[in-house]
Unconditional design. Sequence first.
Lengths: 120, 201
Amino acid sequence: MKTVAALVSTSFLALAAGTFSSSAIALDAEAAKALAEQNNCMQCHGLRKDKDGPSFLSTADKYRGKANAVDEVVKHLTSGRKIKLADGTQENHKIAKTIPPNDAAQLKNLAQYILSIQAK
Amino acid sequence: MGNQESGKGRFWVALRRPSAKYSLFSLLAIGFIGGLVFWGGFNTALEATNRQEFCIGCHEMKDNVYEEYKYSIHYSNRTGVKAYCSDCHVPKDWTNKLIRKVKASYEVWGKITGKIDTKEKFEAHRLEMAEREWARMQASNSIECRNCHSFEAMSAELQKKLPYKKHMEAKAEGKTCIDCHKGIAHRLPKGYKKPGADEEE
């Protein structure tokens, strides 16, 4: 019984922490759009339309309701991981640049923006 | 009054009268050397205004755009090739350089009158200033970018596939660098909206 209570309380805490971390900073959509534009994200990603890469909406759908969504998207933006293009070839994803470099707040804000896209 | 006029008259007469004292050679030599010194001096002064130290002599440049440029790939990179302010913002050919310099005197006027002397004021005018510069680059077919970069020199093997594809599409469509590459050395202005962004949604 004790273990169950501990488990419940830990998961509650984790959930609370997750919610807290993703909503700690209010989303600044204008700043996120500017950063996306600056990094030419929209060359390959549509907001709601798949291009060479998936749309922001499909990324949002993929992560909807997941606690680690923001961190996962930030990782995607910053690690240059291998991606599969629409034509099946693979290459490393561009690493998003911020001014000043690797500014966690700006990257998080962009990730939150991507995750906030809803179907029309 | 009459005296002054006759003084002026004498000056013109003296100027137009062939020299009896100096040889044609010495006159030509003095003219030639004088011309060299004047031209050299003028160009040296013009070049001096192209130096980074001159550009960031104004705090408006130093505290805003220069700070951002310091983090860009054109400032610091793997191979150590650097593009200074004037490499992107001042045409290389003489006529256009001179035109740009004359236009820049309006910017000096802005500096004197304090139009953008605080960060807030600079930000308030940033979009308008950036749009003016983008229009200039568009009109010149991004010549300052192309002084170093060219579609022809992009290697299909060495450039990433997707950017290569985009670049070749852009080449076929006759696009110019600045069409896609805005805000590469400085922050994009707040309120900037890419043309046709709504349709893309």
